[in-house]
Design a binder for this molecule. Structure first.
Ligand SMILES: [Zn+2]
Length: 611
């Protein structure tokens, strides 16, 4: 063990060709070298452990090699290559910006940049985790990056590209390193295992690759760790036991339970998983991935999307056969919902358990294996809507069902009460020739053009919301008002009751005036005198809508509810700045600062920026 070298170092690629999983990128770099089209600055970005620094080093070595081979790889024999391989080359300079992020560190680097290489053509500066540089350091660096000496090449590496200043980004050629696929990692691990005379089951390597999440360095560290405590015999079983992995096994078992509607068993299994120290969110995320994998395994065409070994792939295919596609669709949706609500949930365990309970009920009641889509309840409802004499095949959504209902002869027998309710709750467009249109459960008269407000004539509120256009407004107003005025008193109007009733009115507005019903309680309104309520709104459009669409109804409603026959409503557009309500950050700040000057001091003292 004296000379033990960790695999990540020992098997660190020395040529572009041996870099795992970044083929297109290494080819581009190689071509750039072969054609002599080198940029002065490169930015390598991507997740950790996928080969950014490795590629930067290979690149530095290759451009200095005096004897490139035909494939454009470094020869590893010339003096320059050997000095690189023995880590004594003066032409490569690495700075870890995570720990050396000050202006002084950058100044030292800039000093160095001035000195031309003693041997070889290029000096290569690799700045790792470049996003960690302080702003001052960035600025100090910018000038050099803009106009570096011809013998200098910068390679900046980062895991977080979005944190790098745009001024830097725009001066670099950007290379995006991707996660390495599970298969590539497994292949490489198998190669390392073979070279080290370690026995390793492929399924086991697969787990390692998944656990490392596309990072080769992490995979190799885990591999080393496992190889040492298993004494050079890596099996699936000891990986599961030692790595604390939430493996397929759980998910396969759980899926069987869910398909068999075994709620209790699935809750117990979840308890086991929690006992082993796994987070609920990881569990639910893993379950969603499992369902996704099952979905993918359903079809020979997509099965290749499954990043796993052949053994496991067969198991997926076998379980996929047991799962109706609709079950998988809905299961994925449920898991996804759970995942999204997880963070906000106060009782996370209950949330996951509820999801499991729902999952376990998905296949209850059969009828699902057809994979025809649409839940059983939906199908049921849709069937009810159809006229009795319909013989066409069952449509799959509401629109289609209504469409075919129209083609069928009008039903002779009146709809059952139950059916009528069904119709009323569907979002339906019916043809012009039918005078009664049902929207959102309210009846609406279609015969008058421009008449847009649905009407409840016999609602428990006792108001008629017959709507009219402007010309008809007055006539109707009188007629309706007379009806409403009958027997009304003259109670004083209390401000709080008035607000309350306005809110109530807003709530009963039909769905097509949803926007108005939300805004209404927030409009600036005040009682000008004992009976005159004035709305002050922001623009003509709102004023028009209020005047034309709901003013009369609102007046009658309020008169009745407040028992005051005198109440009048007027609407006017506000003067400039009258209703000023700051929306944007700076506006709000200005608004607040006018009331409290010390806010400005605050802002200046801390150099705060508002946006
Ligand atoms: Zn060489």
């Amino acid at each position: 063990m004296d000379n033990y070298i960790v695999s990540a170092l020992k098997y660190r690629p020395a040529t572009f060709k041996s870099v795992v999983g970044q083929r297109s990128l290494t080819t581009t770099l190689k071509n750039a070298i072969l054609t002599g089209k080198l940029a002065h600055a490169y930015l390598f970005c991507g997740p950790r452990g996928v080969g950014k620094t490795t590629c930067a080093r290979i690149f530095a070595k290759t451009i200095n090699c005096s004897n490139l081979n035909a494939e454009g790889e470094a020869c590893n024999e010339c003096e320059s290559c050997r000095s690189f391989n023995e880590q004594r080359s003066l032409n490569i300079y690495e700075l870890d910006a995570a720990s050396n992020n000050s202006v002084d560190d950058i100044r030292t680097l800039i000093e160095q940049v001035r000195i031309p290489p003693q041997s070889g053509k290029y000096k290569v500066y690799i700045i790792d985790e470049v996003h960690m540089l302080s702003t001052a350091a960035f600025n100090a660096f910018l000038k050099t990056l803009e106009e570096p000496p011809h013998y200098v090449i910068f390679i900046l590496a980062t895991t977080e590209k979005h944190k790098v200043l745009p001024t830097i980004l725009s001066r670099c050629q950007i290379y995006d390193f991707s996660r390495i696929s599970v298969k590539d990692i497994v292949d490489h691990l198998a190669y390392v295992a073979e070279s080290e005379h370690i026995k390793a089951e492929r399924d086991a390597l697969n787990i390692i690759a998944i656990k490392a999440d596309g990072g080769m360095r992490d995979s190799l560290s885990i591999f080393d760790q496992v190889a040492s405590f298993t004494g050079g015999n890596i099996t699936y079983q000891n990986i599961i036991e030692n790595l604390n992995v939430l493996d397929y096994e759980y998910y396969f078992r759980l899926t069987d339970m869910l398909l068999a509607n075994k709620v209790n068993d699935s809750l117990l299994l979840y308890n086991d998983i929690l006992d082993k120290g796994f987070e609920g969110s990881r569990f639910i995320g893993g379950l969603a991935s499992h369902f996704r994998d099952l979905l993918v395994a359903h079809d020979a065409a997509t099965v290749k999307l499954l990043e796993t070994s052949d053994n496991i792939r067969e198991r997926y295919a076998a379980q996929a056969k047991q799962c109706p596609v609709t079950f998988l669709y809905r299961a994925i949706r449920l898991c996804n919902d759970c995942d999204m609500n997880y963070r906000a949930s106060r009782n996370k365990r209950l949330l996951v358990e509820l999801t499991l309970i729902e999952l376990a009920q998905l296949t209850e009641g059969g009828d699902d294996s057809s994979g025809s889509g649409g839940s059983p309840t939906t199908m049921h409802q849709i069937k009810k809507i159809q006229p009795a004499n319909m013989t066409a095949p069952a449509p799959t959504d509401n629109h289609a069902s209504v469409g075919s209902a129209q083609q069928a002869p009008p039903p002779q027998q009146p709809l059952q009460e139950e059916q009528r309710e069904q119709v009323a709750t569907s979002p339906i467009q019916q043809p012009q020739n039918q005078s009664q249109v049902v929207i959102g459960g309210m009846l609406k008269n279609r015969s008058q053009k421009k008449v847009e407000v649905p009407v409840v004539s016999k609602g428990q509120l006792g108001i008629s919301m017959l709507h009219a256009n402007e010309k008809n407004n007055e006539k109707k107003e009188k007629a309706i008002s007379a009806e409403v005025l009958e027997g009304l008193g003259n109670d004083p109007i209390a401000e709080d009751r008035l607000r309350f009733q306005i809110r109530r009115f807003a709530q009963i507005l039909p769905i097509e005036h949803k926007a108005l019903s939300i805004q209404l309680p927030n409009f600036v309104s005040k009682l000008l005198d004992a009976t005159h309520l004035e709305f002050v709104v922001d623009n003509e459009f709102v004023a028009k809508e209020l005047n034309e669409v709901i003013k009369v109804q609102m007046k009658n409603f309020l008169r009745k509810e407040l028992n005051n026959a005198q109440l009048e409503i007027s609407v006017r557009v506000s003067e400039k700045d009258e209703n000023f309500r700051p929306v944007s950050g700076p506006d709000r700040f200005k608004f607040m600062a006018e009331k409290n000057k010390s806010l400005i001091d605050f802002q200046q003292k801390f150099g705060l920026e508002l946006n």
